[in-house]
Design a protein around this ligand. Structure first.
Ligand SMILES: Nc1ncnc2c1ncn2[C@@H]1O[C@H](COP(=O)(O)OP(=O)(O)OP(=O)(O)O)[C@@H](O)[C@H]1O
Ligand SMILES: [Mg+2]
Length: 364
């Protein structure tokens, strides 16, 4: 254990296909047993032009480097320079894998061989090409079952992110799968949920995923075929409008009727229906295939597309589960400091806030 944080100033860095986001927090230790609170020292983001990172793969590393140096304030002069090299960054969700698995062994702590052997049965990749990380969650003594959360990513992907970060002078303390990050920001810290499970629905510019949180741990995450770009493409093709118009239309009207464009709502409803059907399938998969699943009583939305007006009501009605945009500041700031505007802005910042919490809380 370290007595003082050896990674002072460590920040969170969310690398997406179309955006880079950075958040740096300052921890204020809670006195007399109160929880810690945080100052947001830095929160900034820039757009990435399409083609630099595609589906989580770094296609144009030189351009990615330039954009990162700009965001770090080391080039371009727009931002104040971030001096610390310590960073906690995300691994691309479509390329990573996360699942809670059960291992039946007599010993309390399974051997590494046991874990590797069992993990291999679940992994979508070859073990030798994969970085695997795990965390023992709990042990069912009666049935001699140990539950372990495994996270995995192809080595080529993880190495390319490490290399990119090091090439701009950063030192990654951790690279994390997005499901863990989002849960850290959006599930109330320290709260015990009894006989109910939660889902997190992250709706981003290029990708979306559903994450199940039950028995006070993550259970699994699944990619959803839905995104801000998917909506824009459909509107461009079917309404014969420009990309910029599609983006404006979507943000202005969400899932509501537009007098001047009767087809708009039909297209949006079709996409939202497909999302709702895919969520329902994933929830059934969880209920049918996982041990002792609790009912999912709430879906917390994050990501910019969670701002789409009426989507929360639409999903609540279709799925018969209350679905609402989450509060990414709740483990950071006191309630009274979270304005409606801040809360809405927190949806796009949820991932980077989760990474920054990791960076400033317990980076080692
Ligand atoms: N009010 C709004 N209504 C609907 N969509 C919105 C709204 N505001 C932003 N968006 C959409 O949210 C998306 C950006 O969200 P976010 O910042 O979470 O994505 P990202 O993290 O860059 O992408 P990804 O997670 O897919 O890598 C864009 O597609 C944008 O059009
Ligand atoms: Mg995102």
């Amino acid at each position: 254990m370290f007595l003082r944080n050896p990674f002072a100033g460590a920040f969170g860095f969310d690398i997406g296909d179309l955006s880079l986001k950075l958040a740096q927090l300052e921890k204020k230790s809670g006195l007399f047993g109160r929880p810690d609170s945080f100052n947001v020292k830095t929160l900034r983001a820039i757009d990435l032009p399409p083609g630099i990172i595609v589906n989580g793969e770094i296609e144009q590393p030189e351009l990615a480097r330039k954009k990162i140096l700009f965001l770090l304030g080391k080039e371009g002069g727009k931002f104040q320079t971030i001096k610390t090299p310590w960073v906690v960054a995300n691994l691309p969700e479509p390329k990573s894998f996360l699942k809670l698995i059960e291992i039946n062994t007599e010993s309390e702590i399974p051997t590494m061989e046991d874990i590797l052997y069992q993990a291999e049965k679940h992994l979508p990749y070859d073990l030798e090409d994969t970085y695997l990380d795990w965390q023992i969650i709990n042990r069912d003594k009666k049935n001699q079952i140990t539950r372990i959360l495994i996270g995995a990513v192809p080595k080529v992907i993880s190495d390319s992110y490490t290399y990119l970060l090091e090439s701009v002078g950063l030192q990654p303390i951790a690279l994390e799968v997005e499901a863990l990050t989002l849960a850290r920001a959006l599930i109330t810290a320290g709260k015990e949920y009894h006989k109910e499970a939660r889902a997190i629905l992250d709706l981003g510019a290029t990708r979306s995923c559903l994450i199940i949180y039950d028995h006070n741990t993550l259970q699994f995450s699944m990619n959803m075929e839905f995104s801000g770009e998917l909506i824009n493409t459909a509107l461009v093709q079917e309404l014969k409008i420009s990309y910029a118009e599609a983006e404006r239309f979507k943000i202005k009207h969400g899932l509501t009727h537009v007098k001047t464009s009767p087809r708009y709502l039909t297209i949006m409803t079709r996409l939202a229906n497909k999302l709702s059907t895919d969520i329902a399938k994933s929830l059934s998969f969880y209920h049918d295939r996982f041990p002792n699943p609790n009912p999912i009583t709430h879906i917390t939305m994050a990501g910019g597309v969670a701002n789409l007006s009426n989507l929360d009501d639409f999903l609540s009605r279709k799925l018969k589960i209350s679905t609402h945009p989450g509060n990414a500041w709740k483990n950071l700031l006191p309630n009274e400091a979270i304005t409606t505007e801040k809360r809405a802005h927190g949806l796009v910042a949820a991932s980077v806030i989760g990474l920054a919490l990791h960076a400033s809380q317990k980076p080692w």
